[in-house]
Write a new protein. Structure first.
Lengths: 289, 756
């Protein structure tokens, strides 16, 4: 019989020490993935390190147009920060598609990211947003782009003793916005068959000056598709530009056939969703939605 | 809402009082299967097969037995030998051999999740750890899932003793076809040759699960004297007792079985899985043992509903009059033979007037869990084929699909599926109500379309025992043996209150254990409000008769001079004329008479009537993604008399929702090794609340004259039409046939792409 120790450290340093001391230790924030995995026999840690008591872990901080979101901030908690919702509606809506309201009252973007599911909803939105994460560990602090965190289904680039403390969103230029859509057979309580996040900046004439397109559930990790963003830049999101963007999206897909959808369907949906998402992001950037 | 309808001839029947078990259930106080605790109880765990088909060479339990805390280990070697004798098993019947092998594999495992061995230990964690220490040496065999594969030349055979029944001459080698049934009416070939229009299709549905919220659970205690107790959550504790006692070779009366609250069954909790295993563990351990399934166990180790493959051809006159039907169909029944073929035949012959038919149905076994009853077992799959084919006919004839059904609908006096004429049925009334409903003519938007489908379900009666007893204060105790799944405590209380003319709250209903009342068949087949209700009415009338007789004696008049009114005996003649004695006053004088006032009644009514339904469904299909939204849904049903209309409407809505799930996304998904890939509610996609509109209900009350209040079964008919109603709507929205379920977005998208 194995034993399980629960730790609730108050500082980053304590948390790092506890994680470094036990290679099986798991970080607990909302627990909506971890507890399910433990109950299903897919995770059997001998120690759990609950990071919710670590300072600033459950806050949203806005500073000079930048946002820092604590890694243990529940998804629904972000809805209470008006400035964040206005600046990054796509990120907030992606995080608030996970599970149900009850699940999101506990679930966090930090957990969603470190669970490293290819189908995670918040990851494509964060990648499209150009978000970074702050990671602390035995050798100090480092900041990396979100897309560098997941490396394979269920695996991250974090090393022993490291954990994510903060998700950072950059300053928003004028006429910028973002959106996230996912394809699911139901209307909620489901896992994305395909997810698409788009962040877009327009000039005064409505021409796209910057665009980032990211996809979920079409590859072993969520992916950034630079060619898709590039296809939009310089256009007014006309049909030809959108078709070129969708073609770049489909070309980047490397999905699998599984119980949630066929590879062919996923690839086709990635194109459909990327277009729909880009239109929503553009409408928001113009202040139309 | 709780006030009686002033136009009603009833006082309590037809009102909507709060259910007596409601508060305990919504506050978490009610004791369900996994909640019950017996003194000294320990915990069991089951080791399940990782293989879809394998021979068990040996089982080594020594390491599990050596683990501290382990009190017992059981394999099929601990079961007594079983015969092929057929016994009643809930709504159907099964051989003892199959029932026992469902509980613990004997010689072979037949599906991933098949129970192979079990342990009991002082904690659940120890039991689960010990189960993993049991070593089963398997010789893995090839497996089959689809009926075509199971029937193919050289297919792996699940049961070496299975010779297809119903073939003449009988085959001399075993096969995976358990049974073949042929039914003919008139001359189908000749009538088809003379038909003006012929439509046909090849239809397919896959296995789906009932999806009850509460997993199976029981506590078993085997006493040193050989008697035992079982505490179970089931649809019928008498049948659970009988099946368990039969496979354990003990007298039924030695196994006192207590009902716990049931968190959904839909037919899936009529058979046994855990009970004899828990009993054997308890016998070895000398302690009560709890066995409880996880959700994954439920999906992989209990009985889903069968899939079906149907080849169907219908011939009609130019005016839409049906002339002939020909069908061959194969039910995909899982590891053990089922009996859905009869129900499939009845679906094809019970709904519409068809003089000429040639039907051939097969039960085909394959390597997934043996299927069990699921709400109108066997009918929704077949109605999907029938009602889809009829929709094709309506389109071919450019005829309103409701008019087509009205032209052919069975009416009272028409022959039923088994030639017995239909009685007071209300299918035509349902179709007319559907046609008159504003939904039928409501405008539709882009990518939206409307589907319709009808339904027939036979329903059932069957044995029930009830007692009605008065307390000294005149309050009424009704005791039944029918577990309350859909509000039957309330319905029974309403019927007793109606007879005795007392307030609903003066009647309390209990569900007694097997030692406390006589036999009642399972709560299933839409039978309880009808059959158990009939017994309640009869018993309450006997009580009333006793009350009147005693009151007459107290008044000093003849019983015929006493009238029972408003819960009291009123004296009509003599010195006491105008006086009355309340139910409480008479009950309090029990000492002056032959004892307390009570009556017990056993019934076995077979004068039940079938249920009919018509569903209208509007869908919107996203042509780019294949996603389907159900935007409006109306159910119309002949419900007989609605004793408690809320619970009748609840059955109509619940059946519709389960059927919508079956149509859209629910499916057993198997990998190449026969392992179910989606054994949880995340990927076994039942509808969630946000997937559905409010389901509108229209109750058509055509009473059953054979029931004192006109009751007909209502629980099953509503799951029969939705598969076709949804598919017909999607088919009309896309202009493409939708003959394979589920209509998941990727399937619809692929169908649209293929047609481009």
């Amino acid at each position: 019989m194995t034993t399980l120790t629960y730790h609730a450290p108050r500082t980053r340093e304590e948390a790092v020490a506890l994680l470094a001391a036990d290679p099986t230790a798991k970080v607990l924030s909302g627990g909506t993935d971890l507890i399910v995995q433990m109950r299903g026999g897919r995770a059997a840690p001998t120690a759990i390190v609950d990071i919710k008591n670590v300072s600033a872990m459950m806050s949203v901080l806005g500073n000079d147009g930048r946002y820092s979101i604590g890694a243990a901030m529940p998804c629904t908690g972000m809805l209470r920060d008006e400035g964040l919702c206005k600046a990054w509606p796509g990120v907030v809506e992606a995080a608030n598609l996970i599970g149900s309201v009850q699940v999101r009252n506990r679930a966090t973007m930090g957990g969603n990211l470190c669970n490293a599911s290819p189908a995670a909803d918040s990851i494509p939105a964060l990648i499209a947003a150009g978000a970074t994460v702050l990671i602390v560990g035995p050798s100090g602090i480092r900041e990396v782009p979100v897309e560098q965190v997941p490396v394979a289904p269920g695996k991250t680039s974090l090393t022993a003793g490291e954990f994510v403390v903060e998700i950072r969103l950059p300053v928003r230029p004028a006429r910028s916005s973002d959106a996230y859509l996912r394809s699911i057979p139901r209307t909620e309580m489901d896992i994305a068959v395909v997810g698409a996040g788009v962040s877009i900046t327009l000039d005064e004439a409505g021409t796209c000056t910057a665009a980032r397109v990211a996809l979920g559930a079409v590859a072993p990790t969520a992916i950034l598709v630079p060619e898709a963003g590039a296809a939009l830049v310089g256009s007014k999101l006309d049909g030809a530009a959108m078709d070129a963007m969708a073609a770049a999206v489909r070309a980047a897909c490397r999905p699998i056939d599984d119980k949630r959808g066929t590879a062919e369907y996923r690839t086709a949906m990635a194109g459909v969703l990327a277009k729909r998402t880009a239109l929503i992001a553009a409408a928001r950037a113009k202040g139309e939605a | 809402m709780n006030a009686p309808d002033p136009m009603s001839k009833y006082r309590v029947v037809g009102t909507r009082p709060v259910r007596p078990d409601g508060i305990d259930k919504v506050t978490g106080k009610a004791i369900y299967g996994p909640d019950f605790v017996a003194a000294g109880m320990i915990h069991g765990a089951i080791l399940r097969s990782p293989h879809a088909h394998a021979r068990i060479r040996s089982i080594d339990t020594s390491r599990a037995e050596a683990l501290p805390g382990v009190k017992a280990v059981v394999t099929s070697a601990d079961f007594p030998g079983q015969s092929a004798k057929i016994i009643a098993a809930g709504e159907t019947s099964s051989s003892l051999r199959d029932i026992a092998a469902t509980c613990l594999a004997h010689g072979k495992v037949l599906y991933v999740g098949h129970a192979a061995a079990a342990v009991a230990a002082t904690t659940k964690a120890i039991a689960e750890a010990a189960a993993k220490l049991i070593v089963v040496d398997y010789e893995v065999l090839p497996h089959v899932i689809e009926v075509e594969d199971a029937l193919a030349e050289g297919a792996p055979i699940l049961h070496e003793h299975m010779i297809t029944k119903g073939l003449d001459p009988a085959p001399d080698s075993p096969s995976n076809a358990a049974n073949c049934l042929v039914m003919t009416r008139g001359d189908a070939d000749a009538a088809m040759a003379g038909a003006a229009v012929i439509v046909s299709g090849h239809y397919r549905t896959v296995p789906v699960h009932q999806g009850y919220i509460e997993p199976h659970a029981c506590v078993a205690s085997w006493n040193a004297d050989g008697q035992g107790q079982l505490w179970v959550s089931s649809q019928g504790h008498f049948d659970i007792r009988n099946q368990t006692a039969s496979v354990l070779h003990i007298p039924s009366s030695d196994l006192r079985t207590y009902p716990l609250e049931i968190g959904g069954g839909f037919g899936g909790k009529t058979g046994i899985y855990l009970e004899p295993v828990a009993m054997l563990l308890s016998k070895k351990a000398g302690r009560p043992v709890r066995l409880a399934m996880s959700r994954e166990d439920v999906f992989c180790g209990s009985g889903p509903a069968p899939g079906i493959v149907v080849d169907l051809t219908i011939g009609a006159d130019a005016d839409g009059t049906l002339k002939a039907i020909k069908a061959e169909f194969w039910y995909q029944v899982g590891a053990f033979c089922g009996s859905a073929v009869n129900s499939g035949m009845a679906t094809l012959l019970g709904t519409y007037r068809i003089a000429n038919a040639h039907l051939c149905g097969w039960d085909v076994v394959s390597n997934f869990p043996g299927t069990k009853a699921y709400r109108a077992p066997g009918a929704p799959q077949m109605a999907f084929a029938l009602e889809s084919c009829l929709d094709d006919l309506a389109r071919k004839l450019d005829m309103d699909p409701l008019d087509l059904r009205l032209r052919n609908a069975v009416r009272p006096g028409d022959p039923g599926p088994h030639h017995v004429p239909h009685g007071a049925i209300g299918f035509v009334e349902c179709l007319e109500a559907a046609k008159a409903h504003p939904h039928w003519t409501a405008p539709l938007g882009a990518n939206q379309a409307r589907g319709v489908a009808g339904a027939f379900w036979m329903n059932y009666g069957g044995p029930s025992t009830v007692s009605v007893a008065l307390s000294g204060d005149g309050s009424v105790q009704v005791t039944t043996g029918s577990p309350d799944i859909g509000g039957s405590r309330a319905s029974m209380a309403i019927m007793a209150a109606e007879v005795l003319q007392v307030p609903y709250e003066r009647v309390r209903v209990a569900i007694a254990d097997t030692a406390s009342i006589g036999y009642s068949m399972v709560t299933g087949g839409s039978r309880v409000t009808f059959a158990t209700g009939k017994a309640v009415v009869e018993a309450a009338r006997k009580v009333e008769e006793t009350l009147v007789t005693r009151a007459a004696s107290l008044f000093g008049v003849a019983a015929t001079d006493v009238e029972w009114r408003n819960g009291a005996a009123h004296c009509l003649t003599g010195e006491s004329a105008g006086e009355h004695l309340t139910i409480g006053a008479i009950a309090a004088k029990a000492g002056q008479f032959s004892g307390p006032v009570s009556a017990e009644v056993s019934v076995n009514p077979l004068d039940y009537l079938p249920g009919f339904a018509v569903h209208i469904c509007d869908t919107e299909v996203d042509p780019e993604t294949g996603n389907v939204s159900i935007i409006r849904y109306t159910t119309v049903q002949d419900v007989g008399t609605a004793i408690h209309p809320d619970y009748v409407e609840g059955q109509m809505q619940g059946g519709a929702v389960q059927g919508i799930g079956w149509a859209l996304n629910e499916a057993y998904v198997f990998d190449g090794n026969g392992r179910m890939e989606n054994p949880g509610f995340l990927d076994y996609r039942m509808p969630v609340a946000s997937d559905l509109p409010m389901i509108d209900t229209v109750m058509i009350e055509v009473p059953n004259p054979a029931h004192p209040y006109g009751v007909k079964g209502v629980g099953e008919a509503p799951i029969v039409p939705p598969l076709a109603a949804v598919a017909n709507a999607v088919s009309r929205a896309t202009g493409l046939p939708m003959r394979t379920l589920p209509l998941s977005p990727d399937r619809i998208w692929a169908t649209i792409q293929a047609a481009k």
